[in-house]
Ligand binder design. Structure first.
Ligand SMILES: CC(C)(COP(=O)(O)OP(=O)(O)OC[C@H]1O[C@@H](n2cnc3c(N)ncnc32)[C@H](O)[C@@H]1OP(=O)(O)O)[C@@H](O)C(=O)NCCC(=O)NCCS
Length: 173
């Protein structure tokens, strides 16, 4: 079962557990440590018994794409604790997240930023990479340009929307 919870309403113990998982996976990654990141609005988590088996975060944001504002679901921190990996759990959570962001949150698109290695994983789930797209985001020091992969998810898994200029209008995720 996958549960969607508002991040602001999470029990402190669960919030701590999520932070611990995130730190374990990305605490040593300089690109992550050197930047300020958006706080999530939602967490989608799958439990096995009482144990957290996978989760991902959703940041809701009005994002500028080719000069127009769209309500976007920013997906980040897709994490399966090691003991639960390779069982299809992250794929399941991402499929349920797809339903949640389009049907419940009524987002126009999902958007994630990822390294090359994860492109095939997300592509299998209907996400597509934007080629020749410049993406800007805010940092306390000013606006920055992102130089890795930007992937979108569109309703019905269509791949036709391919903006070339994106401004996240806030911190990245
Ligand atoms: C990526 C991750 C969420 C996958 O979780 P999972 O529950 O095992 O995922 P699924 O069982 O649905 O799918 C497994 C597939 O993920 C892909 N995958 C997992 N880790 C990967 C990695 N480091 N590089 C590339 N692909 C990877 C593989 O295609 C794998 O398929 P395989 O088992 O046939 O090799 C998990 O490995 C994890 O938490 N990794 C660390 C955090 C991370 O990198 N998250 C993504 C941030 S963008």
């Amino acid at each position: 079962m996958v549960k969607a919870e508002q991040y602001s309403g999470l029990a402190p113990a669960l919030r701590q557990q999520l932070a611990h998982c995130i730190d374990e996976e990305f605490g040593h990654v300089a690109f992550v440590q050197e930047r300020e990141w958006a706080q999530p609005d939602w967490v989608l988590a799958k439990y096995e018994g009482k144990e957290l088996a996978t989760f991902c975060n959703v940041v809701l944001r009005r994002v500028l794409m080719d000069g127009q504002l769209y309500t976007v679901a920013g997906i980040n921190n897709v994490i399966t604790p090691r003991a639960f990996r390779g069982r299809g759990y992250a794929s399941q959570v991402l499929r349920e997240t797809e339903q949640f962001i389009f049907e419940e949150l009524e987002c126009a698109h999902g958007l994630l930023l990822c390294a090359d290695a994860l492109l095939p994983f997300y592509s299998r789930l209907g996400w597509y990479k934007l080629e020749n797209c410049s993406l800007r985001y805010h940092q306390p020091s000013g606006e920055q340009l992102y130089d890795s992969n930007v992937m979108l998810l569109s309703p019905g898994q269509q791949h036709s929307f391919r903006p070339q200029h994106i401004n996240l209008n806030g911190l990245p995720w």
